[in-house]
Design a protein around this ligand. Structure first.
Ligand SMILES: [Zn+2]
Length: 143
């Protein structure tokens, strides 16, 4: 199963879309922040879905039940992640003010998706960062 994921994602990871600017709807970001706040002190995890026409605009968060697993930030299990091309990446919260990816986070980013958001305490519109599949900080514009 994980091999299928890797192959599918490698194809997607290195497309020209990576150079496009990512955007997120403010409504969607606010919902993410709300979810993070209400999950605290547990971590919150979800998937980022884009518009079918505007492929680099994140419009929706798909909340995955039962993904939370404590302090390791291993909030996602690869076998639970769908192969769905409208889903471009992941979002999860940290129970601290540290918005940087853990080693486990980086392993996930590499295997699944093209954009990943980490929200840290206090879960405001300034306490999050976006990363690409390599774990590099990337720009994500709120629209
Ligand atoms: Zn994490």
């Amino acid at each position: 199963m994980s091999i299928i994921f890797k192959r599918k994602n490698k194809k997607k990871i290195y497309t020209s879309q990576d150079t496009h600017k990512w955007k997120i709807k403010q409504k969607c970001l606010r919902l993410i922040l709300e979810c993070a706040k209400s999950s605290y002190p547990k971590e919150f995890g979800g998937l980022l879905r884009t518009d079918s026409k505007e492929k680099n605009t994140i419009i929706e968060v798909v909340i995955l039940p039962g993904t939370i697993s404590g302090d390791s930030h291993a909030v996602f299990q690869l076998h639970m992640l769908p192969i769905d091309y409208s889903i471009v990446g992941t979002v999860h919260s940290h129970p601290t003010s540290n918005p940087y990816p853990s080693q486990t986070d980086l392993q996930l980013f590499e295997k699944y998706g093209r954009i990943h958001i980490i929200i840290a305490k206090p879960y405001t519109e300034k306490s999050w960062r976006a990363y690409n599949h390599r774990g590099n900080n990337i720009e994500l514009t709120v629209i």
